[in-house]
Write a protein that binds this ligand. Sequence first.
Ligand SMILES: O=P(O)(O)OC[C@H]1O[C@H](O[C@H]2O[C@H](CO)[C@@H](O)[C@H](O)[C@H]2O)[C@H](O)[C@@H](O)[C@@H]1O
Length: 375
Amino acid sequence: MAKASVVVPEQVGAAAAAQVGCPCPGTTLFPYPPPRAGIAVRRKCLQAAQQLELGAGLRGGWVESMRASSPTHAKAAAALAAGVDEEHAAWMARHPSALGEFEKVVAASKGKQIVMFLDYDGTLSPIVDDPDAAFMSETMRMAVRSVAKHFPTAIVSGRCRDKVFEFVKLAELYYAGSHGMDIKGPASRHAAAKSPPHNKGVLFQPASEFLPMIEQVHDRLEQATRSIPGAKVENNKFCVSVHFRCVDEKSWGALAETVRRVVREFPRLRLSQGRMVFEVRPTIKWDKGKALEFLLDSLGFADCSDVLPVYIGDDRTDEDAFKVLRRRGQGVGILVSKHPKETSASFSLQEPAEVMEFLLRLVEWNRLSRTRLRL
Ligand SMILES: O=P(O)(O)OC[C@H]1O[C@H](O[C@H]2O[C@H](CO)[C@@H](O)[C@H](O)[C@H]2O)[C@H](O)[C@@H](O)[C@@H]1O
């Protein structure tokens, strides 16, 4: 039953993808520059990112991995590489536009309750140099507000929950900050109707014991990176981000080594990489995927086949949620990206403007279906 509700368009594009040797399924690292730039380069990026996770950190490998998270490099490489168009077409065949395949998406929701999960940066707000200025537009806010009127809606972000709330400003939503380690939300009507104990609001912080350690590592990182122009350390409460978007590429190696050196002082913390950012977080087995499952349970949809989670996100940490949807055989994963990336998402959207269009179409579709039902 649940199997039928997962939307997997790969069958459609598998043949096309195979023709041009599209990236290996199952891996989760994003292969910038795009595949056509060379399998060897992709492999290097993959190894470099793995070293980063493991803390091996060869200087060259780190910088390679940092480059891999830069769309500017991806674009430059894409412009140089021949045949990029075919690669892109093959990738799009494997991960078609959620707008282009809108009917397929809504068909999967027949008889099911849609629950919406939205990442923030790069999904609802455009990526900008200054993380404190990543505002979402008023029109996007209105779109999210409308979605939340029709479907239970959660924002799932790497940011500190309070900060992402300051950006979104919608009290009716659920918020999972710090990559899902800080979850808060209002009482759910659906859950309350199913079982009275669920009619309270939600608050879940599985990494609270790490708070003092996060403060410590934040201060250490701030102090250690002070001499590197452009480096910015952001305290996200249960995790820390070290941004290198505004750091001169010549200093990337030094920054990577500095961050790694500091994180090694904290064996219970781990290092990973997002969009031109290092992420430092507790080693606990909790991520955006677990947060998605936790929220579904809190909303009263534990072990339900009549629910369709829709998750939209742009970053590596969102892959944990896409994987959960695949494992459950339930839901729709949508990656926001203009460039081919290895992903467990089924569909794609190019940028936040398309995310907004998709949300508004979903609202309109739901309004019309409800009207039809009433007639
Ligand atoms: O899970 P998300 O909501 O996508 O948060 C992931 C990180 O997003 C932010 O950084 C990213 O967006 C910035 C503003 O556009 C950009 O300058 C930066 O390069 C991106 O990595 C946020 O500042 C981080 O704390 C989040 O972890």
